[in-house]
Design a binder for this molecule. Structure first.
Ligand code: ADP
Length: 160
């Protein structure tokens, strides 16, 4: 049976930290579906369509990675697509506490679901989408933290 895992998140925007997790996962699983979650657009810099488009462009060279939108509860998506594996990245204790709650809640809502955690690499563990936005808004150079596509899209946003 094909091992398919979903990697849900906001990806506002995608960073080298996310990309590192996606690349590592693509070597472990037969297929990785990056699930870009719908959020209240007042709280995201990029719209859902923009976030999906960015991820698609940045993973286009990895053949077993797909991108989809998540516009409902994760457990409902999993049930509908008959998938039982979820992937999340862990950067710190702070991530762990939050992830543990989600892990338990999801397990209760959908039996048979398993969440797999990949620990962030030291050179990307400090990267978060909010830190990237903060640096970019203050005129800093984000080249080392995000793919080229994201740097371009952030500069376009800032120009508006
Ligand atoms: P969410 O709002 O669901 O936390 P994010 O886009 O912030 O969405 O993160 C999606 C997933 O990627 C989460 O599991 C998060 O812990 C993980 N992640 C974020 N940044 C990094 C990073 N630098 N290294 C490894 N994992 C990361």
């Amino acid at each position: 049976m094909k091992k398919v895992v979903v990697y849900p998140g906001t990806f506002d925007p995608l960073t080298n930290g996310h990309l590192e997790i996606i690349k590592r996962a693509s070597k472990i699983f037969d297929e990785v579906i990056v699930l870009v979650a719908k959020r209240d657009e007042k709280n995201t810099l990029f719209s859902l369509e923009e976030r999906v488009d960015i991820v698609k462009r940045c993973v286009s060279d990895i053949t077993n990675v797909k991108v989809d939108k998540l516009e409902k509860l994760l457990v409902d998506y999993l049930r509908e697509h008959k998938i039982n594996l979820v992937l999340r990245g862990l950067r710190s204790n702070k991530d762990f506490e939050y992830e543990r709650e989600m892990f338990e809640a999801n397990k209760i809502m959908l039996k048979g679901i398993e969440t797999i955690f990949i620990i962030a690499a030291p050179h990307t563990a400090f990267i978060s989408s909010s830190l990237i936005k903060e640096i970019a808004f203050n005129g800093g150079d984000i080249s080392q933290f995000v793919p080229k596509e994201v740097k371009k899209r952030l500069s376009e946003k800032l120009r508006r």
